[in-house]
Design a protein around this ligand. Structure first.
Ligand code: ADP
Ligand code: MG
Length: 569
């Protein structure tokens, strides 16, 4: 047996680790299962290139609780370590990794959200264990090694009689971490972090019904056998080729990701790129008409099938954070703060790629099946409209698929709309006037009036419409938007012979005065011209500009709780 002292500059790193990572103790399991997975995948590689002359077989990882012994075991059948490698990888490398980590982050402990994403690696075991053992046998023909360390820099290393290849990590769970001996807690963590890891993970057993024998009588009682309870799906949909997946596969995967969610996604976008960065994933457009503020199921970020976080802010463009699904990329730096992330060039590239991919998919959905796209419009418009406002790259492409529905449920693209109104909806300066309603019920008499005149009236009812209109006007010089109840509409409405024309000017003035007594003059205008309408005897309008400004100030900062709504308008 050898004993030794881990080379430390910080005299005792372990209490530090424990205190420092207080809120993220649970990540130890992710780290240890990740190591077990790495060791298995490495062995697969070594056998495939003929470097390791052993049978790879069907290795699994097992997580086992020994409640009485207060121990947690994580066992793999991966490549294992020789005693020499334990010295090197555990005492030196893992340790220096942990030490470096602490050096780097001990001052930024409050910058939470960083720590949990960055693996402390093997030494995170000491956040929950008072003693850790490693029993490991390399695929190489060398005796197994047994390493023990009680959380002080001293360790022991001795031979062991373990005969099967692989590594067993034994955690002697500390008194203040006994929750990690609870089956429920461990299952919860395995599901959270390891649900899609690439090597099967066994946690306990379960009963599986045996097939009913053909000659079974009426009194046959189902028989069961004990089988391994595998908690993960090692081959999740996003790791496969889109061509190998059916619509059902995508729907089933949505269910797998969000077991508590019973809605059907509208459509999905499969991301798959390996240059200049690696990224795979599947994004889903959920139905948005429900309460936008409540978004509990979010996009999940993985690194090589290991769950990292469901806070993808800064990585996914803000307008797409309302989507669901997964993104998996080894190229997203996680050991840095959010503000750094946003400034990082590689991350910006990823974000732009996602934007482009989403725009391309929307375009192809639109061209392939316009009718279906129109039907979904109401559920997706808020995301797309917000995207047009917040991402210039998306705005550039949006012309090809963003729709402007009319109150009669016709759906125009912007170009189509311009064509449809160019002959009769112009103002005195020759600008195209887009009439729109924001509330069909409240504005129905104005809508009817405009329709009687043969005008197209859009129905634009999302909360950010005034911002969108402002932007469209800024980018389309010959276009102006006017709500049906605004005062501009009289520039459009042709004056025809009507009851009104029979009145003298004085009589008209009197009538107007009477009506104006009834409404506040400062914010509304009475228009008698509408008296010839069958539906409304007269109309009261409000200046478009004033109303829009008011709306914009109301919907400004607080959109979906999003903080950096563009302030360019
Ligand atoms: P990292 O995984 O980032 O390399 P860790 O601290 O998690 O850092 O692990 C340090 C090293 O210890 C690993 O690189 C690996 O060589 C070795 N190691 C840890 N766990 C195992 C295991 N289960 N089987 C084989 N080697 C392992
Ligand atoms: Mg590791």
């Amino acid at each position: 047996m050898t004993t030794g002292k881990i080379n430390v500059s910080v005299e005792n790193i372990f209490p530090l680790i424990k205190k420092f990572l207080y809120s993220d103790h649970e990540i130890f399991l992710r780290e240890l299962v990740s190591n077990a997975t790495d060791a298995t995948i490495k062995l697969k590689h070594l056998t495939s290139i003929g470097e390791a002359k052993v049978e790879y077989g069907n290795p699994i990882i097992e997580v086992k609780i020994d409640k009485e012994g207060k121990k947690l075991h994580i066992t793999d059948q991966g490549l294992g370590m020789t005693a020499e490698e334990v010295e090197k990888y555990i005492n030196q490398i893992a340790f220096s990794g942990a030490e470096e980590f602490l050096e780097k982050y001990k001052d930024s402990a409050k910058d939470s959200g960083v720590i949990g994403h960055f693996g402390l690696g093997f030494y995170s075991a000491f956040m929950v264990a008072e003693k850790v053992e490693i029993i490991t046998k390399s695929y190489k023909d060398e005796p197994a090694a047994h390493w023990t360390c009680d959380g002080s820099p001293e360790f022991t290393l001795e031979p062991h009689d373990k005969s099967e290849r692989g590594t067993e990590i034994i955690l002697h769970i500390a008194e203040d971490s006994l929750e990690f001996l609870e089956e429920r807690r461990i299952r919860e963590l395995l599901v959270k972090y390891n649900k899609f890891m690439p090597v099967p993970i066994k946690f306990g057993t379960r009963k599986e019904a045996l097939p009913k024998p053909e000659d079974a009588g009426d009194d046959y009682k189902t028989e069961y056998k004990e089988v391994d309870n595998i908690i993960n799906n090692p081959n999740p949909a996003w790791t496969k080729q889109p061509a190998d997946l059916t619509d059902d596969d995508y729907r089933n995967f949505y269910r797998e990701l969000y077991p508590m969610q019973f809605d059907e996604p509208l459509f999905n976008i499969h991301l798959n790129v390996d240059y200049p960065f690696n990224l795979t994933g599947i994004l889903y457009f959920p139905k948005m008409s429900a309460d936008l503020q409540i978004q509990k199921d979010k996009i999940q970020l993985y690194q090589n099938q290991v769950f990292v976080t469901d806070n993808v802010e800064g990585i996914v463009p803000e307008f797409l954070t309302m989507l669901k699904g997964v993104i998996d990329s080894p190229d997203i730096p996680l050991n840095v703060s959010r503000s750094y992330l946003q400034a990082d060039g590689a991350v910006k590239k990823i974000s732009n790629y996602i934007t482009r991919k989403v725009a391309d998919k929307l375009k192809s959905l639109f061209t392939e099946n316009r009718e279906d796209f129109e039907q979904k419009w109401n559920d997706i418009k808020i995301v797309l409209e917000y995207g047009m406002l917040s991402e210039p790259k998306f705005y550039e492409k949006a012309g090809a698929f963003v729709l402007y529905p009319t109150v009669d449920k016709k759906y125009y693209t912007l170009d189509e709309l311009k064509g449809a109104i160019k002959d009769q909806q112009t103002d005195k300066d020759g600008k195209l006037v887009v009439l729109y309603a924001s509330n069909e019920d409240a504005q129905h008499s104005y809508i009817d009036l405009a329709k009687e005149k043969g005008y197209e009236v859009l129905l634009l009812d999302s909360p950010i419409v005034s911002h969108l209109i402002q932007k469209l006007e800024a980018d389309n010089e010959n276009l102006t938007f006017t709500r049906v109840d605004s005062d501009h509409i009289d520039n459009l409405i042709k004056k025809e012979d009507s009851q009104l024309s029979k009145l003298s000017d004085e009589e008209k003035e009197n009538l107007k005065t009477v009506l104006e007594e009834l409404v506040p003059k400062t914010t509304y205008t009475v228009q008698l011209e509408a008296m010839d309408s069958k539906t409304a005897p007269f109309i009261i309008t409000q200046p478009e500009f004033m109303r829009r400004m008011k709306e914009m100030s109301q919907t400004g900062g607080g959109m979906f709780g999003m903080s950096n709504f563009p302030e360019m308008y």
